[in-house]
Design a protein around this ligand. Structure first.
Ligand SMILES: *[C@@H]1O[C@H](CO)[C@@H](O)[C@H](O)[C@H]1NC(C)=O
Ligand SMILES: *[C@@H]1O[C@H](CO)[C@@H](O)[C@H](O)[C@H]1NC(C)=O
Length: 226
């Protein structure tokens, strides 16, 4: 993600953080912290754009880079704790990413069928409805302190070769269906409350990931020759 997008998402979370009163301490702009109260980026009544601008203006290059990776570093001088960007919710909140832990009051989450099967319904209403349920559970788990608010979902790589080991995560080989699926599922995850996100979706992956290397090691080490 570009830095400005990351910062926008961070600032949108500050709104979220200010709404959740119990379970979790907010990861930034903690009302109990006198210093945070004075930062412009913590003023929830200001437009997001001004808050993002203020925060970007305060961050050093090093701090910006630190925020661009999974397991983002804390920025204590701005009252920001570390944040784990990586959670997954392709067809239900999953614990394969380090940002989500099942256990205690949250032994698991609803697991919908693999995306390749729900995509075959060609039913965009259904795709959005599934996204809504997933984000309801994600928010409940966030409030309980066991999940993040950023999900590396949906997977919209075009399924070009049936031997690719992740094809079942995708809506299939048709770019039109994949596009419609992506729009509906992202809307289901993020909600329709203007710029306030229910959770943040992230369509993945960069292009040319959707093959495996038949002669060598795995899909992480091959020349895609686009
Ligand atoms: C925050 O601003 C208030 C009002 O201007 C001021 O009294 C206070 O000292 C400031 N706090 C910090 C930690 O800078
Ligand atoms: C599409 O899915 C919605 C939500 O589950 C359902 O109400 C509707 O009947 C489905 N449409 C078709 C044509 O099956």
């Amino acid at each position: 993600m570009p830095t400005s997008l990351v910062i926008t998402v961070l600032v949108l979370f500050l709104n979220v953080a200010s709404q959740t009163s119990e379970a979790l301490d907010p990861f930034a702009c903690d009302p109990k912290d006198g210093m945070s109260r004075n930062f412009t980026f913590c003023q929830v009544n200001l437009p997001t754009k001004s808050r993002v601008g203020d925060l970007i203006g305060r961050l050093t290059l090093q701090e910006k880079i630190g925020l661009l990776v999974n397991g983002a570093a804390a920025v204590p001088r701005l009252g920001m704790k570390g944040y784990e960007w990586w959670s997954e919710a392709l067809h239900g909140v999953s614990n394969v990413g380090p940002g989500t832990k099942f256990g205690g009051a949250f032994p698991g989450a609803t697991s919908f069928p693999q995306v390749i099967t729900t995509a075959a319904s060609f039913n965009a209403t259904l795709w959005e409805a599934i996204g809504r349920v997933v984000s309801d559970e994600a928010r409940a788990m966030f409030n309980g302190g066991v999940a993040g608010l950023t999900y590396w979902s949906p997977n919209v790589n075009i399924f070009r070769d049936p031997r690719w080991g992740r094809g079942q995560e995708t809506p299939g080989e048709d770019p039109v269906v994949a596009g419609k699926y992506g729009v509906s599922y992202v809307r289901g995850l993020q909600g329709n409350d203007g710029e306030r996100l229910k959770v943040a979706a992230c369509c993945k992956h960069y292009t040319a990931y959707d093959v495996d290397n038949w002669n060598g090691v795995d899909r992480y080490h091959f020349n895609a020759k686009v």
